[in-house]
Design a protein around this ligand. Structure first.
Ligand code: FES
Length: 331
């Protein structure tokens, strides 16, 4: 049976769905997370972990290098054991790498073909390209890439928003990249059927420490915020994340379907939309006013939050400090 197990490693705030037809090290790697391991043959012990909750199948792997005492203390080689329960909570005996991401290497170059270009809203296009399946598992929502078109490297990095998946969840070798239309030099040189080079993935540096996250963003920074949010939720499916985005009027709202989709998948994600220049309307889920005036209607105390905000917006920063947000937690 190929089913999913939720792998929990509380010390690292990891909460990840992995396949349970592979050993834990391999399944996590395929889901994009690198645990501690070295030999992967039940010898070195680097991958040892204690089961705090849940069950594993240890019958198919090499376990004779574990002492009887270790076995009776529920210590396993994660490179040799398969997840067996719906949830598996582990404590690793060796430290895990800080970022946990399996792609925590130097960005690489991949030659891909542009398949489709779709116009999204007034300010973005979606570029759908092929991607080699063998490295697909190291790419996921929230990562960034650069493009090299006809020998010219893009200055900006672009977000992979939704790797395209088959209905059964397996990858079909396609990824989707969002590019701002005002990035003219890139935008005007993209044509279906052409071959381009993708360089990446590049890391998003996001603190992962179990605190709730708050993103306050205008439409210019929305894609970048959504990208970071997806990366947070990828590592910790249960993370608490609030996204507040603001627009002049209802017609300027972007990616509401994307926000809604994320909310449907992750129960810890919530979003609010502020309309800054329209008359207050009743029977609507929007909030009307300037962000600085209505923020306290949405959230009252920020002293425990990691906050992502445009740091040039002095008034909002001041408001956040008033609401007990800590300067060292503002990014
Ligand atoms: S990685 Fe060496 S025993 Fe598992």
């Amino acid at each position: 049976m190929n089913d999913k197990t939720t792998l929990k490693i509380p010390k690292y705030n990891l909460n990840l769905k992995i396949n349970n037809n592979k050993n834990i090290v391999q399944a996590a790697l395929e889901a994009g997370v690198k645990l501690s391991f070295s030999c992967r043959s039940g010898v070195c012990g680097t991958c040892k972990a204690k089961i705090i909750n849940g069950k594993t199948d240890n019958s198919k792997g090499i376990t004779h290098n574990l002492t009887n005492e270790e076995k009776s203390n529920n210590i396993i080689f994660t490179c040799q054991s398969l997840p067996l329960s719906k949830t598996l909570e582990l404590e690793f005996l060796s430290p895990l790498s800080k970022s946990l991401l399996a792609n925590d290497n130097k960005p690489k170059e991949y030659i891909v073909e542009i398949l489709t270009i779709n116009k999204l809203h007034e300010s973005y296009i979606e570029l759908i390209t092929s991607f080699p399946k063998r490295i697909f598992t190291f790419l996921h929502d929230g990562m960034k890439i650069q493009l090299n078109i006809a020998g010219k490297l893009s200055e900006n990095k672009y977000n992979i928003i939704t790797p395209k998946l088959n209905p059964d969840g397996s990858n079909n070798g396609l990824i989707s990249i969002y590019i701002p239309i005002n990035d003219k030099e890139i935008y005007q040189n993209l044509f279906p059927g052409e071959t381009i080079t993708i360089i990446g993935p590049h890391k998003n540096d996001i603190p992962v420490n179990g605190k709730p996250y708050l993103f306050i963003t205008n439409k210019e920074n929305l894609i970048s915020s959504l990208s970071k949010i997806k990366q947070i939720l990828f590592i910790n499916n249960d993370a608490k994340v609030m996204l507040i985005s603001y627009y002049e009027n209802k017609h300027k709202i972007q990616f509401m379907d994307e926000m809604h989709k994320i909310q449907n998948i992750y129960k810890g994600f919530n979003y609010k939309i502020i309309i800054t220049k329209e008359k207050v309307a009743s029977n609507t889920r929007f909030i009307f006013g300037k962000p600085v005036d209505v923020l306290n209607k949405i959230i009252s105390n920020l002293n425990n939050h990691i906050i992502f905000i445009d740091k040039k917006n002095g008034k909002l920063i001041k408001k956040i400090i008033e609401l007990e947000g800590l300067k060292e937690n503002i990014y």
